[in-house]
Unconditional design. Sequence first.
Length: 480
Amino acid sequence: VPGPLLNKISSVPLAVGDIFLRRNEKIFKWHQKYGSIVCISPNEVSVASIDATRKIYSTNSRYDKSNYFDNFKGYGANHSIFATKLFEEHKKKRKLTFSFYQASTLYTKTFIEEGIRLNVRSVLEHISILSQNTSTIDVYSFTDWYAFDNITRIVLGPVHCSHSIKGDSEERRILRNLKHCQLWGPFRVRFPWAFQVMTFLCKYANIGGHLKAELELAKWCRDRALKALRDIKVDQANSYSLIHNLLSRKGRHKQGLDNFSLAPDFIEAEVLDNINAAEATVSVTATYAIYYLSREIKWQTRIRNELLQLPRELDGLPTFANINKAPVLDACLMEVYRLKPAVSGRAERVIPDGGRLISGVYLPEKTIVSTSVTAIHHNKNSFTILEEFAPQQWLDVTSHHRSTMETHLIPFGYGARLCLGKPLATMEIKLLLAGIYLHYETRLSKLTTEESMKQTSTHDAVPRGLNCEIQFCGLSSCNV
Ligand code: HEM
């Protein structure tokens, strides 16, 4: 396999990339130098073509996930859908929540849209109050609360969900600590023992409280899930939530599923995993969207003009069905997905028995392979503008070229394990951006720099500065 000689005999170069949170950048540079398949570490290979991606991730290929996903075991031995490594076991489990998260379900349940719209209103109130007293607002905080409140409502139901946008709370503290914890994630994965020792020492020195954030979130989720499980009446038609959905399947032996997968332990693991999967990714993406739009005012103006043409509901927002069809907003989001995919780059799979031929190179069984999302998103045969935020390339394009671009846009993964939350994430982000840009013009604060917004290769690819200060100007006072 092509690649730097050192990578073939030592994992140090990749480990350095991990520790300095630059894994994705490093792998992309190796691709630029050595081509579409590179050795990134002994027994680890990265690919940068859609053909290879299809071979690795498609349903027919049946590759298992790597041991990296053991880091996401929910509680003890319980593997959620995301963390289940074996192809066949995953296939069975995925059926449990697949239909719940499909666009055809989510986009037709008024309960879901209503809940998200309420949270958009809460964000707008938060901005309105803060902008009277401060000149800039940290967008990365409220997008985080927003994403958390949305997913907890969908997973736990309206009674047991969080309300972190509404006021300072235990949840806000946990979320703040989780962000800091992200920066330690790659170190924890590389050196689990060193991380444990560090956590132990920090506990005694009474510092580094954020290192426990994942445990705190797990406890929070378990407490709420247990309450929700106790309170839910399965026959109650209007208690729509993931927990309700999983419980109402229990005992029905639908689709030949094993009973074990519906044990309360599995449900708890799934609750934690879905909350984890949805909170940071949506928040990071929405934050980068507001960042780019604040840098390029002309695009927020175009979004606003487009939204102003749409009929509004009583809460002042157009329906999601209409917002979702707005082309400029869509093009801007596509560019954010392309430039700042909220993923670690570690969608690792294991080459099955007998080995496989990938990109013309034979890879022996048990080799770990993954696609470099950064390399695919910077493919010059698919995208005309590579480095800049360029929504126009999604608008001024033939349908044939657009479909090539869409094939090369993979922030939600690919194939058999494509993100289950893609429709939900898109709905949340578009409704939030519509709410903000119908009421405010946003500008970059001097505190927000390219350096502070540099994307790290942490599990959810957070911005290095862990905040994003933005100026909000109410439209009437801005004369927009
Ligand atoms: C912009 C936001 C999001 C991004 C960029 C994103 C990205 C991803 C990616 C890349 C994967 C595949 C990982 C792999 O193949 O190893 C994935 C899986 C998953 N995501 Fe998301 N995600 C987002 C939002 C969400 C939301 C809102 C949910 C809500 C529940 C969610 C739930 C899941 C689940 C359950 C899986 C596991 C699917 C499986 O293994 O079958 N994600 N996500």
